[in-house]
Design a protein around this ligand. Structure first.
Ligand code: FAD
Length: 291
């Protein structure tokens, strides 16, 4: 199918973009990499009268590091973030998750901001953002505000962004020394959206886990952070049976639904199994990062 007619706007500056979003807020969509929006337009599931392409907006594709955080501009492509040594050093969970998004051609076009603003609960990056307590920067003609990840994802494909707001950057806290991460998932085919995904980042201190961050995708309407599992893992000796207790905590806390692709019971079980494997892998990586 083809989209319904719309007017395409191609602003060059942030100020122009925000004015367009303000003036057209009732009937406008932002276009970033187009990997989710274009199918929605083609299937006529979205029928905006105006589309604002942010691909040329200066300053939105920057990757910056400070002593405490990594800032990723909204239009940084998945492929660029995936190859970035700064991302690997400061947010290893992102580096673990990015190669699992779709296929290389999608990652060449798709943007980090687009994936997060799209907020598919089966997607990888929303879980990473939730696990790492990322902070979202939203701009409008009234100014800028920051939104913590815990408040950003509202429900399936819905975020706290207002129609007149643009996501401009996402800030990730810098990983401490001795941190390792893993993102594991189960899907029907490689490159498909996963049935279930597990994002895990651990920091080790000698023979113990000093900090653990756990978030599951594909098990609810938004990414599922699991504080109970994090608590069980914190202080646990490496390789101990506590990881199995954490997996039980994950299985107990997720509330997936049955759908065409898998039953809720299957998703629950897989979530726990992925947690065990992801913690083991992340801890191994953390140990080698510590040396
Ligand atoms: P777009 O498609 O341009 O936009 C997506 C949505 O976000 C739109 O509603 C748009 O208005 C809004 N938006 C974009 N940028 C902003 C912004 N800065 N501020 C406010 N709103 C904004 N994704 C996965 O996570 N995992 C997968 O396994 C996966 N598999 C895929 C397989 C295929 C074949 C395809 C085509 C896509 C797949 N995707 C997958 C989806 C894709 O990776 C992301 O959803 C996509 O990259 C979103 O980023 P984008 O830049 O293309 O956003």
């Amino acid at each position: 199918m083809k989209p319904v007619d719309f007017q395409l706007h191609r602003p060059q500056t942030l100020a122009e973009t925000l004015t367009l979003l303000h003036d057209l807020a009732d009937d406008v969509k932002v276009l970033a990499g187009g990997q989710s929006l274009l199918p929605l337009l083609n299937f006529r599931l979205a029928r905006p009268a105006h589309v604002v392409d942010i691909g040329r907006v200066v300053g939105l594709a920057r990757l910056r590091r400070t002593s405490s955080e990594l800032s990723i501009g909204a239009t940084v492509r998945h492929a660029e973030a995936e190859r970035s040594p700064s991302v690997a050093a400061h947010a290893p969970l992102l580096t673990a998750a990015l190669p699992q998004i779709a296929h290389p051609p999608v990652r060449t076009r798709g943007t980090v901001g687009g994936s997060l603003a799209h907020a598919d609960p089966a997607a990888e990056l929303p879980s990473v953002a939730m696990a790492l307590d990322a902070v979202f920067v939203a701009a409008s003609t009234s100014g800028e505000r920051t939104i913590p990840a815990a408040e950003f994802f509202r429900t399936h494909l819905t975020t706290a962004l207002r129609p007149d707001e643009l996501l401009t950057e996402i800030r990730f806290p810098r990983a401490a020394p001795g941190t390792g991460a893993a993102f594991l998932e189960v899907g029907r085919r490689r490159g498909d959206f996963a049935l279930v995904g597990a994002a895990v980042q651990v920091t080790v201190d000698g023979p113990r886990i000093a900090e653990a961050r756990v978030c599951l995708s594909g098990v609810g309407q938004i990414p599922h952070r699991c504080p109970a599992a994090e608590e069980i893992l914190t202080g646990a000796p490496l390789g101990s049976a506590r990881v199995r207790e954490a997996a039980d905590a994950v299985r107990d806390s997720v509330r997936p639904s049955d759908d065409l692709h898998a039953t809720a019971a299957y998703r629950k079980d897989v979530a726990g199994t992925l947690l065990v494997r992801a913690v083991t892998k992340a801890a191994r990586r953390a140990e080698s990062a510590d040396r």
